[in-house]
Design a protein around this ligand. Structure first.
Ligand code: HPA
Length: 275
């Protein structure tokens, strides 16, 4: 039978990171595809390669750097994950608990999860930013399946306030300050790596999804389990499959992410000031 990860497994990673810094970060930030340049703005930074952290995972996607950047941003002590892990890379759902559990053990009480997503809601446009108010995950296992680790949280736990309502208000206010027309909606998880079919997108729309993507939800579940407050922000890098007549490409996703990186950065910094 497969070996389950125990509490010490996560603690070894956290202890290594804590041995490299002289503070405890308050807020974790997970940067989605091509949003990595926010990390350039972190002051007094300490950079740790994922591959040097015991028991951590290594990023395999080209647009994900695979570095942990710790330091000051907008007056807050942050730990930034430049590069995240997805089910489609071949990890088990259980392995996908590692990042959030390690962030929790570093002392983070909150996490900002960012991602690139396809717009399912036809009122959205490529380049729009959506505050995640809730998510739908109907496929794949839960990352916290298996023996429960009570050190992190209870066996059964509430998911009705996963995306913190105060943070949603605060993000809307920060968007106003940034003069940004921000959207709000439901993120629908799909495991990928293939983009969805037009029929899948129609089904997702009927089910209540406004955006679709291959990340974030596993992290939000693990964060909710250990009581971290979550803010989720999705950048619409493309209209989801079947809305426009053109096929989806990674190139389009990367180009929109690159074009929107600056406004995303401004928004995140304004949010951090208020958090
Ligand atoms: N589908 C799934 N994931 C994505 C998409 C999409 O259209 N765009 C960016 N990430």
């Amino acid at each position: 039978m497969k070996k389950h990860l125990d509490f010490n497994y996560f603690k070894e990673s956290a202890d290594y990171i804590l041995s490299k810094i002289e503070f405890m970060p308050e807020i974790a930030i997970v940067l989605g595809s091509c949003l990595g340049n926010l990390a350039d703005e972190i002051e007094n930074k300490i950079i740790i390669d994922y591959k040097d952290i015991p028991n951590f995972l290594d990023a395999t996607v080209e647009s994900h750097a695979g570095k942990l950047i710790l330091g000051d941003l907008s007056g807050k002590k942050v730990v930034c994950m430049s590069g995240r892990f997805h089910y489609y890379e071949g990890y088990d759902f259980e392995e996908l608990t590692i990042p959030m559990r390690v962030m929790h053990l570093l002392g983070c009480k909150s996490v900002i999860l960012t991602n690139a997503a396809g717009a399912v809601n036809k009122d959205f446009l490529a380049g729009d930013i959506m505050i995640i108010k809730d998510h739908i995950k109907l496929n794949g296992a839960s990352p916290v399946r298996g023996k429960n680790l009570e050190e992190f949280g209870p066996r059964f736990f509430d998911m009705s306030n996963t995306y913190n309502k105060d943070y949603i208000k605060l993000a809307k206010k920060a968007a106003q300050v940034s003069k940004l027309d921000i959207k709000e909606g439901v993120y629908f998880y799909m495991p990928g790596p293939q983009f969805e079919t037009p029929a899948e997108i129609r089904a997702i729309r009927v089910l209540g999804g406004d955006a679709v993507g291959m990340s974030t939800v596993t992290e939000a579940i693990v964060a909710a389990h250990c009581g971290m407050k979550v803010l989720g922000l999705s950048l619409m890098t493309n209209m989801a499959a079947g809305i426009l007549e053109v096929p989806l490409t990674t190139d389009e996703v990367d180009k929109t992410a690159e074009k929107s990186a600056e406004k995303f950065k401004v928004l995140l910094k304004n949010i951090l000031k208020e958090i």
